[in-house]
Design a protein around this ligand. Structure first.
Ligand code: COI
Length: 331
C-alpha cells in the first residue's frame, strides 16, 4: 500500500515519518499543493492525504479518479473547498479530521476574547510608547457578560465550557441542538434572540451555502450596542465591509478574527513589511486597536498538527483497505 501526502510542512514531517514507521506504510511526502500541475505525482498511489485552502477542483479530482484513486483524506476539518460533484462521479471516498483538537480552537477564541476585554492590545501599544496610564482603557469582566455561541459542534462546545469556566452566562444557537446541552437549557430558538441578548458573539459554524455573510448589516443591527465578535471559524461567515461599518459606528466594540473572507493566498505568507500586505481592507482591520487579527492560527498547536497528520493517514489506510472509515464525509 502506498500513500502520497501533499503540501507537507516541516512541522508535519516528523509526525508523518513516525506514523509511517510505526504502521509499516509507504508514505511519500511532497511539499506541493494538489493542483492540476502536481496531480500526476499521485499516479500509482492507492490514496492521497491532503491539506490546502485552495480549491480541490473537478479537473484535479477527475484525474485522481482516472488513476484509480478512491481514497482522499483531508488533514483538516473544513470540506468547503472540495468539488463534491466530481468526488461523487469518481466514486472517491473522502475523510476529514473532525476532532484534531477542538480545544486548540476554543483556547484561542477565549484567549483573544480576554485580550479584547482587558484592552491588552491598547496597553501594549501605550506601554511601547512609554504611556503607563490606566485611563481611559477600563476593562470589562467576562463573568458579567452573556456569550452567544453560534453552532455547538465539538469546537463550539469546547469554547462554551471555557466561557462558562470564566463565569460567563452562555447562550447558544444551533440548527441541530446537542441533546446534552439542551438539558442545560442554554439554547435560544432563533439567531435574532441570540443577537438581542449576547454581549459577545462567538462563531463556531462550518461554512455552508446558507450561512455566507450571516453576520451582515442586518445581523449587526439586531445586536446589542458594543457587542464583541469572535470568529475562529470561517471568514465567509462575516461580511467584512459590514463589520468595518459596525466597528466605525461603535456598534461592535471589538473583534477577534482568526479567519478572513479573502485570506487564501494572503495568510501564512511573509510579505516583508506591513505596507506590503496586499489587501487594504485587511490592513484596515489590523491597524485597529480593538481588532485582534491572527492568520488562521487557531489550529496551529503541536497536539492538533500531530493529530491532523496521524488521524488522516489512519483514515486513508482504512479507506484503502475497507472502503470506509468513521470520519468519512457524506456529501
Ligand atoms: C480546518 O481544519 O478546516 C481549519 O480551518 C484549519 C486549517 C487552517 C488547517
Amino acid at each position: 500500500m502506498k500513500i502520497i501526502a501533499y503540501s507537507i510542512r516541516d512541522d508535519e514531517k516528523g509526525y508523518l515519518d513516525k506514523w509511517a514507521k510505526e504502521n509499516g506504510v509507504e508514505v511519500k511526502a511532497v511539499q506541493d499543493l494538489l493542483t492540476k500541475d502536481t496531480v500526476d505525482l499521485a499516479r500509482g498511489y492507492d490514496g492521497v492525504v491532503v491539506y490546502q485552502q485552495k480549491p480541490y477542483t473537478a479537473e484535479v479530482i477527475d484525474k485522481l479518479g482516472s488513476f484509480g484513486i478512491k481514497a482522499m483524506s483531508l488533514r483538516n476539518v473544513g470540506v468547503d473547498n472540495i468539488d463534491f460533484e466530481a468526488i461523487k462521479r469518481n466514486g472517491i471516498k473522502v475523510t476529514n479530521v473532525p476532532a484534531y483538537s477542538p480545544d486548540a480552537i476554543a483556547e484561542l477564541a477565549a484567549t483573544q476574547l480576554m485580550r479584547l476585554l482587558r484592552r491588552t492590545n491598547t496597553f501594549d501599544r501605550k506601554i511601547a510608547n512609554g504611556d503607563l496610564r490606566w485611563a481611559p482603557d477600563i476593562a470589562d469582566e467576562l463573568d458579567q457578560l452573556t456569550v452567544g455561541v453560534i453552532a455547538t459542534g465539538r469546537i463550539g462546545r469546547a469554547a462554551l465550557k471555557i466561557y462558562q469556566g470564566f463565569g460567563a452566562k452562555v447562550i447558544a444557537y444551533d440548527i441541530y441542538p446537542n441533546p446534552e446541552l439542551e438539558k442545560e437549557g442554554i439554547y435560544v430558538d432563533t439567531l435574532d434572540e441570540l443577537y438581542a441578548q449576547a454581549d459577545v458573539i462567538s462563531l463556531h459554524s462550518p461554512a455552508t451555502v446558507e450561512n455566507e455573510h450571516m453576520l451582515n448589516d442586518d445581523a449587526f443591527s439586531k445586536m446589542k450596542d458594543g457587542v464583541w465578535i469572535i470568529n475562529p471559524a470561517r471568514g465567509i461567515l462575516v461580511d467584512t465591509d459590514a463589520l468595518i461599518r459596525a466597528l466605525n459606528s461603535g456598534k461592535v466594540a471589538g473583534a477577534a478574527l482568526d479567519v478572513y473572507e479573502d485570506e487564501v493566498g494572503v495568510f501564512d505568507n511573509d510579505f516583508g513589511s506591513f505596507e506590503a500586505i496586499p489587501d487594504e481592507r485587511l490592513k484596515n482591520l489590523i491597524k485597529r486597536e480593538n481588532v485582534l487579527l491572527t492568520p488562521h492560527i487557531a489550529f496551529y498547536t503541536k497536539t492538533a498538527v500531530k493529530n491532523m497528520v496521524q488521524f488522516s493517514l489512519t483514515s486513508n489506510v482504512n479507506l484503502i483497505k475497507n472502503g470506509t472509515d468513521e470520519n468519512e464525509v457524506t456529501f
